[in-house]
Design a binder for this molecule. Structure first.
Ligand code: SAM
Ligand code: SF4
Length: 481
């Protein structure tokens, strides 16, 4: 019966790890008999998979929860998943009493049990609401009416239900599930390592995602082979620090696992993100050199160009050690595209420190950066340092940094003019009549093709580059005839 059907809506905030966690959460819910719906209005259960990496991300979640207070009144259940859930824990129930489920990512393994609890509580909490005086029986049965005689909607007077999954941060187990609802039919993600033990002084991740734990390389490879059988051609290995991977069975190092995934029949591209400089070994560059299926792109966040600030950030490397890793990549046989994350305005960052970050951009020649203003986060050691740099100054440094990087990218992209590169076709921009492609270096390369040529999304085609912008390239399908 439609009124009893279990439906859910899920919205995801934050990083690629969260997006992939959501694919697994969706798969788990579907395996439990739920149907995903595209709008909050159609859903019985509304879930937010949240991010708390910076204050802005966290505020977004609380605004969304406040917006949806009325949903509880309409009988819907609300759940908060992910980093805000873990960080704020039961305090969420105080700030948002209409929330029924609070679950951190380290507890996703237990979601099926939590869903059953939620359903049982919904049934127990439900009580018959008498037909309002003057309403006809027909209208009373209309499930679109808020007050309808409908068990799913009749919980408005019930006790608040509170289910939590917050205690698993010390677990050694990963969230492995056969039920992953992948959203892209060509590129698939595999989390190989969860959590983080690095404790950078500004970062909430070790507190929200728990301790570092890896899957066995055999299980990762089995998933990669399964995905290849399903037709996936690109695999992205994920982890907060993907290269800190340690096979619990001791069979393969990270570089060996990369190579093994790259050898899976049918897989044409392997990517991995995010790499931590401290654990970035030469063997990774050698693996890229030896296996053309490993993409020539490494995301290696530096955070600052000043060794003094890197020390205060507890990043476990200094500028010279970081640059040593860059030099390994620059001596690779293929040109490896390098991207990074940078924080400006960390407590105590002087103009001189900031200048060193600017000079590092030049020295490395990044193909892209994600840059952020420092945001003080709960529980983190840097909270004890005075956040003395005014927001306006952080904004100025951010703007200067981004402008410099824009110029660097423009110059670097121009060097690719005239090259013919293979792209994976991701889609089409109908209004511009351009296909959207991605190069192995992870650059967007939009291209045109003769009208009579069939181009398929998910296929790999050669494209000659004719125009370079700072954030993308433009070209023409290479027709060799
Ligand atoms: N594990 C990765 C590493 O160590 O490079 C980073 C993962 S973190 C989810 C993504 C990025 O968020 C970081 O690289 C950092 O630049 C940024 N970030 C983390 N905490 C921050 C904070 N408190 N304020 C501003 N940016 C922050
Ligand atoms: Fe956060 Fe540092 Fe761990 Fe990256 S390595 S997730 S920045 S604590």
């Amino acid at each position: 019966m439609a009124a009893q059907e279990k439906t859910f809506y899920l919205e995801t905030f934050g990083c690629q790890m969260n997006a992939h966690d959501s694919e697994k959460v969706v798969g788990t819910l579907i395996s439990q008999g739920y149907r995903q719906v595209p709008t909050v209005e159609e859903a019985g259960l509304v879930l937010y998979n949240t991010c708390s990496i910076r204050d802005k991300a966290e505020q977004k979640v609380f605004h969304r929860l406040a917006d949806y207070k009325k949903l509880h009144a309409a009988g819907k259940r609300l759940g908060v998943l992910g980093c805000v859930a873990q960080q704020e824990g039961e305090k969420i129930f105080e700030r948002a009493p209409h929330v029924s489920l609070v679950c951190g990512s380290a507890s996703y393994r237990n979601l099926p049990q939590m869903l059953m609890q939620l359903e049982a509580s919904t049934c127990n909490a439900t009580r018959e609401i008498p037909r309002p005086a003057g309403e006809s029986a027909g209208l009373w049965d209309d499930p679109t009416r808020e007050w309808a005689h409908n068990p799913r909607l009749a919980t408005r007077d019930s006790q608040l239900v509170r289910i939590t999954g917050l205690d698993d941060r010390e677990t050694d187990k990963c969230f492995e599930t056969e039920f992953t609802a992948r959203t892209n039919p060509h590129r698939g993600y595999i989390t190989i390592i969860e959590g983080c033990d690095k404790f950078c002084s500004y970062c909430v991740v070790p507190f929200t995602r728990g301790k570092e734990r890896s899957r066995t390389s055999d299980s990762v490879l089995a998933e990669a082979r399964h995905m290849a059988d399903l037709g996936y051609t690109e695999i992205q290995l994920l982890g907060q620090n993907v290269n800190s991977y340690r096979d619990p069975a001791g069979k393969r190092s990270f570089a060996e696992l990369l190579a093994a995934v790259g050898e899976v029949a049918g897989i044409r591209r392997v990517r991995f993100t995010t790499s931590h400089p401290r654990d970035f070994g030469r063997d990774i560059v050698k693996a890229i050199d030896a296996h053309p299926t490993l993409c020539d792109h490494v995301h290696l966040p530096v955070q600052s160009g000043s060794s003094r600030i890197l020390h205060a950030m507890q990043r476990l490397y200094d500028r010279d050690q970081y640059l040593e890793r860059i030099s390994w990549m620059k001596s690779a046989r293929r040109e490896i595209s390098i991207t990074s994350d940078i924080i400006v305005g960390f407590p105590g960052e002087t103009e001189g420190d900031f200048e060193q970050t600017l000079s590092l951009l030049e020295e490395v020649g990044y193909d892209g950066i994600f840059a952020f203003k420092y945001s003080p986060r709960p529980n983190t050691p840097s909270l004890k340092l005075d956040d003395t740099i005014p927001d306006a100054e952080k904004s100025r440094r951010l703007a200067v940094l981004l402008e410099k990087q824009r110029t660097i990218q423009q110059t670097r992209n121009r060097k690719q003019l005239g090259l013919t590169l293979e792209v994976m076709v991701e889609g089409k921009n109908e209004s511009r009549k351009q296909w959207i492609g991605r190069t192995s270096q992870n650059k967007t390369l939009n291209f045109t093709a003769p009208a009579q040529r069939d181009v398929e999304v998910g296929s790999y085609v050669p494209v000659r580059i004719t125009t370079a912008f700072p954030n993308s390239l433009v070209g023409e399908l290479w027709v060799n005839a």
